[in-house]
Design a protein around this ligand. Structure first.
Ligand code: COA
Length: 336
């Protein structure tokens, strides 16, 4: 059986580094608090010329180079992001333009921190219907533009970056995506939110607030808002449940995993995940200490690092999992 397979990976991290020590000068926090509560030591901050689509294209170029493909060979571009620089055109269309991928169609996926896993699953399904297609899947975020730098509860957690992979159907019977599954639960939407420009026209006098519904719009500005403890508990439960359930569908168990690349949100979430799955911590790839939570970019950046560091050998069983606002979550099982 031929399966969609990852031919190349890439990433781009903005040059500017913001350390916990730097944050001590900006809000009432400490390196000790951030390190013990989150595991994060520094994060990257995008500056001029490092807009969401630009860093996405840089990561995409990197992945294409590794795959040995030119941009005009790509049929589909999917970009996972919740911080596109514009609502229209999509970030994916900007990426297409920047790369010169003239034969592709391009779309954005907004699934917050699960954006890359959602994009990978979508591309997997396309390729199974049309095996000659080649897809570029990217996760990219400019979260520094969308956190409230006066809110210590959130500003210490996030960072900017982009990661990518090229997916194409392989003739190798063994390698490729073995299984993938996505989940959402919109009932939990108010636990993690990022305000955007209002989409209701005030001149039309719509009722925008309702006591029985989640209040949309923040008094403080268009920033990330979060109920941290609730998100934390759900993230551990959702990712561990999704991984073990999907493994069972391909007659495997956690013991078969060679490397688990989870969304890089918080070291304590990853320890909780390891405990619940009963997987040795060394089998979990971690780089959140360097980059913080880069949302949709976190899994593909980690995938690219793991790949370039030689952590993935041919035949290894790789599992990706992510969870984010919405709530959304999902997991992918790949034979490398
Ligand atoms: N520096 C210092 N103190 C801080 C702080 C910071 N950056 N942020 C919060 N605090 C304070 C709080 O105000 C609180 O003070 P109080 O006890 O006087 O009220 C105290 O630290 C403890 O806060 P609490 O919220 O109980 O901490 P916590 O152990 O739950 O850790 C998070 C907070 C945000 C690190 C944790 O809840 C978390 O990781 N949640 C998941 C977040 C996440 O990953 N979101 C994205 C998922 S995709």
């Amino acid at each position: 059986m031929t399966r969609p397979t990852i031919l190349g990976t890439g990433s781009y991290l903005p040059k500017r580094i913001l350390t916990n020590r730097d944050l001590e000068k900006m809000v009432d926090t400490s390196d000790e608090w951030i390190t013990t509560r989150t595991g994060i030591k520094s994060r990257r901050i995008a500056t001029k010329g490092e807009e969401t689509s630009r860093i996405a294209a840089a990561a995409g170029k990197d992945a294409l180079k590794m795959a040995g493909l030119t941009p005009d060979e790509i049929d589909l571009i999917i970009v996972g992001t919740m911080t596109p620089e514009m609502a229209m055109p999509s970030c994916a269309c900007f990426v297409q333009q920047e790369l010169g991928a003239v034969n592709a169609f391009a779309l954005d996926v907004n699934a917050a921190c699960s954006g890359f896993v959602y994009g990978l699953d979508t591309a997997d399904k396309y390729l199974r219907c049309k095996p000659d297609m080649k897809a570029l899947i990217i996760g990219t975020e400019n979260l520094s533009a969308r956190v409230n730098w006066k809110d210590r509860d959130t500003c210490v957690l996030f960072g900017d970056g982009a990661g990518a992979c090229v997916l194409a159907t392989s003739d190798n019977n063994d390698s490729g995506i073995l299984a993938s599954r996505l989940f959402s639960d919109g009932r939990l939407s108010d636990l993690l939110m990022l305000d955007s420009a209002p989409s209701m026209n005030p001149d039309l006098n719509f009722q925008t607030k309702n006591n029985n519904k989640t209040e949309i719009g923040s008094e403080q500005g268009p920033y990330i808002r979060m109920k941290g403890k609730d998100v934390f508990k759900f993230a551990v439960r959702a990712m561990s449940g999704a991984v073990s359930e999907l493994l069972a569908t391909v007659d495997m168990t956690v013991a078969d995993i060679d490397l688990l690349i989870p969304h890089q949100a918080n070291i304590r979430i990853l320890k909780g995940l390891a405990d619940r799955l009963n997987i040795p911590f060394e089998k979990i790839f971690i780089n959140l200490n360097k980059y913080g939570n880069t949302s949709a970019a976190s899994v593909p950046i980690a995938l690219d690092e793991a790949n370039r560091e030689g952590r993935l050998k041919k035949g290894d069983l790789l599992v990706l999992c992510a969870m984010g606002g919405g709530f959304t979550w999902g997991t992918t099982i790949i034979r490398w």
